[in-house]
Design a protein around this ligand. Structure first.
Ligand code: ADP
Ligand code: MG
Length: 695
């Protein structure tokens, strides 16, 4: 239950002055729907109006507040496109105010001839003449207080102007109430951090550029709060998992020996190392929580199978869950393939299995006939009862929430061992924040014999050449992915671009061109993907929804349109879908505009390396440097305030803090404990609160 004190912070943004349905949904796209989401929308710049120089001293363009006397109005004749000009002066010089499309009588009323006015805005120097177009403020000298000394500048989104955004934030800040302190007081005083409410206010009222830095006291405090919420939530989950006694599963070896004989290859060192790490966990009497990280194609499936066989050798069951139907079926097929001739029963269950077929699987599962069950969310539905499930593999784990992991783990009799897998390599600093509750294994070595993907950076202007090249390649039996760009933050526009490209390619290549996008039902998506896998179509146009991990060995060409708009990890994931077979693969990064240095650097790194771990580190390094809102990465934890680049060193502190808190006050009952519960809810990291026994 959310603490009452937070209720106002969770109110819908439409409750704010100036926010209606339209604005609320624009806000939702970039921030969220709650008042509290607005708190974290921090200014990126300031407008400093404190400079009040005599006019004669202004030598370059700058923002100033000046006191002037109005001399003369120069209104353009009706129908003229000339601007409206107002002349004014101070003791030292003169200034021209300029208004385009002006309402003359309004300006006359605002700036009566002969009177004094305080004018604030940006002065531009034109041939030694000072001009100001559309001043931000024009007030009489007794209204000086109407002009703020310093104004925050907020990141915007199409449809919300700076003025409106500032008003929205002000409205949200009015609802602030102080919250009980959850931070360790000695840490706070050592760092010189303000209390929470003061920190939020200060973060929105920067007085200098230094205040905009993420290491300024106000912002650092908020960043630390967020890390602490993150680490505390993970620590709660970790303890919860540890409390559960797991079964000790020992390697017997018969099935493993058969499997290794079956495989047409030797395990890589990384695979061998990972499986022995897993083995140790399984043998221990507590529940395993391990994350296996490895690039697409690094060979996670066989590691998962080896681990599942340990469960089977112990006369128990294992399950493997994937986020989509296609992935589940692909896993099923490759498990069958690897275990051919072995005495082991593997089945698959997805939402598509209905009626009799489903009933048969459920019966066999309950009787223990099935050793390994592969599937989708269907695996933890209510009526799915296992004979003795002891081990679960979760593929693409970031696609599943904590709730879902829990639902699956509840299917075991006792505590279950879990192996989570991800093809999104995560920088070491991030592992702490994303997976602090898990131990990690890394497949940082590719199976031998892989041909590197030939990666090229090509301007979009050469699209025709590219199309000709693809024509030749398809004639030779290849298949191609064609990924369409992200257009702003709008799915509708994304879709329009993809549909247009699809039509264009159809005109060239005929009907063997398919299209998948995020607005399609998953069944429709699966159908198109299946046709691509079977070779029914040979160009697949897609928005970024192409399922991670989908295996189409015949696909050797990956075209990414407007590659400069994608994040590095995203590009890497996309490229990972080719280069899976024996043939040489190609990745074409088509760019429209490479003016941003970060975009250029990203594409160059892509050309340089295929090492997912290195790419993940570079990605982190390059991000933050003026990136757009909304380029969120899958698999990366989302922080609302904190930035890993600038606040990263606080994560370790927060982790130690969280561990100490839970050691001293495991149920968060103390005064500080109660405050920490509020913190968890504030940052919506409260999944674990129900596992705290009381309070
Ligand atoms: P991931 O799930 O990590 O993307 P997969 O498990 O699907 O990767 O493996 C990709 C391909 O590599 C599969 O065709 C698999 O048979 C093959 N493979 C796995 N391990 C090895 C190895 N040690 N040597 C050679 N090929 C391997
Ligand atoms: Mg895989």
């Amino acid at each position: 239950m959310r603490p009452e004190i937070l209720y106002p912070f969770f109110a819908d943004t439409v409750s704010l002055p100036g926010v209606g349905g339209r604005i609320a949904s624009l806000l939702e796209k970039i921030l969220g729907r709650k008042l509290a989401d607005i708190f974290w929308h921090l200014p990126v710049d300031i407008i400093d109006r404190r400079a009040c120089p005599p006019l004669s001293e202004i030598k370059y363009d700058q923002i100033v507040t000046v006191k002037v006397t109005i001399d003369k109005h120069d209104a353009p004749p009706r129908g003229s496109r000339r601007p409206y000009r107002v002349w004014c002066h101070d003791d030292s010089g003169s200034l021209q105010l300029i208004f385009f499309h002006a309402k003359g009588d309004y300006i006359l009323r605002q700036l009566p001839v002969g009177e004094e006015r305080l004018i604030s805005g940006k002065i531009e120097v034109f041939n030694e003449q000072l001009q100001m177009s559309h001043p931000d403020y024009m007030v009489s000298p007794d209204k000086q207080d109407d002009i703020p000394d310093v104004e925050p500048v907020y990141p915007l989104t199409a449809g919300i102007s700076g003025k409106v955004m500032t008003k929205i934030v002000r409205g949200a800040l009015e609802k602030l109430v102080p919250l009980p302190e959850w931070q360790d007081i000695s840490l706070r005083s050592r760092e010189g951090w303000p209390p929470w409410m003061a920190a939020v206010k200060a973060a929105h009222m920067p007085q200098s550029h230094g205040d905009l830095q993420m290491n300024s006291p106000a912002r650092a405090r908020l960043a630390y709060d967020e890390f602490l919420a993150n680490q505390l939530a993970l620590e709660i989950m970790r303890r919860h998992n540890q409390k559960k006694k797991g079964r000790s599963l020992k390697v017997r070896g018969a099935l493993r020996a058969q499997l290794l004989k079956n495989l047409p290859y030797q395990l890589t060192n990384a695979q061998t190392r990972s499986i022995s790490e897993i083995e140790k966990d399984l043998a221990a009497p507590y529940a395993m929580m391990r994350l296996l990280q490895g690039d697409v194609g690094s060979g996670k499936t066989v590691v998962a199978l080896l681990a599942m066989l340990i469960a089977v050798e112990n006369n128990a069951q294992a399950a493997m869950i994937a986020p989509t139907e296609i992935l589940a079926r692909q896993h099923y097929v490759s498990l069958l393939d690897m275990t051919a001739g072995m005495d082991i029963n593997i089945a698959v269950l997805t939402g598509r299995d209905k009626g009799r077929a489903r009933k048969k699987i459920l019966d066999d599962l309950q009787s223990g006939e099935i050793d390994i069950l592969v599937g989708t969310h269907a695996l933890f539905q209510k009526d799915v009862i296992y004979h003795d499930l002891v081990f679960a593999v979760v593929d693409e784990q970031h696609r599943f929430g904590v709730e879902q992991r829990m639902a699956l783990s509840a299917k075991g009799r006792g505590a279950m061992d879990m192996l989570a897998m991800t093809a999104t390599p995560i920088p070491r600093t991030l592992t702490l924040t994303a997976y602090g509750d898990m131990d990690g294994s890394r497949l940082d070595e590719k199976p031998p014999g892989r041909k590197p993907v030939d990666t090229r950076i090509i301007p979009l202007g050469r699209l025709d050449d590219v199309v000709q090249g693809i024509k030749r390649a398809l004639a030779g039996g290849n298949r191609a992915f064609w990924i369409c760009p992200l257009v702003e933050e709008s799915e509708v526009l994304d879709l329009a671009a993809a549909e247009q490209r699809h039509r264009h390619l159809e005109q060239i290549f005929g009907p063997r061109v398919g299209l998948v996008h995020g607005k399609m039902k998953s069944k429709e998506k699966d159908d198109v993907m299946t046709r691509f896998i079977s070779g029914d179509i040979d160009i697949l146009v897609a928005t970024t929804v192409v399922e991670v991990g989908v295996n189409v060995p015949e696909a050797t060409i990956m075209i990414i349109e407007h590659a400069e708009r994608f994040g590095l990890s995203q590009l890497h994931q996309l490229r990972g879908r080719v280069g899976r077979g024996l043939a040489q693969s190609t990745c074409l990064l088509l760019y429209g505009n490479l003016s941003g240095t970060a975009a250029k650097a990203r594409l160059e790194i892509m050309r340089e390396t295929e090492d997912g771990f290195r790419i993940a580190e570079e990605d982190l390094r390059l991000r933050g440097a003026g990136e757009l809102l909304g380029t969120r990465q899958s698999g990366m934890p989302d922080f609302k305030v904190a930035t890993l680049e600038e606040n990263g060193q606080l994560i370790g502190v927060a982790r130690d803090d969280a561990r100490l808190i839970m050691e001293k006050d495991p149920e968060l009952k103390s005064e500080r404990g109660q405050a920490l519960r509020i913190l968890l809810y504030l940052f919506e990291r409260d999944e674990g609160v129900k596992y705290l026994t009381s309070g």
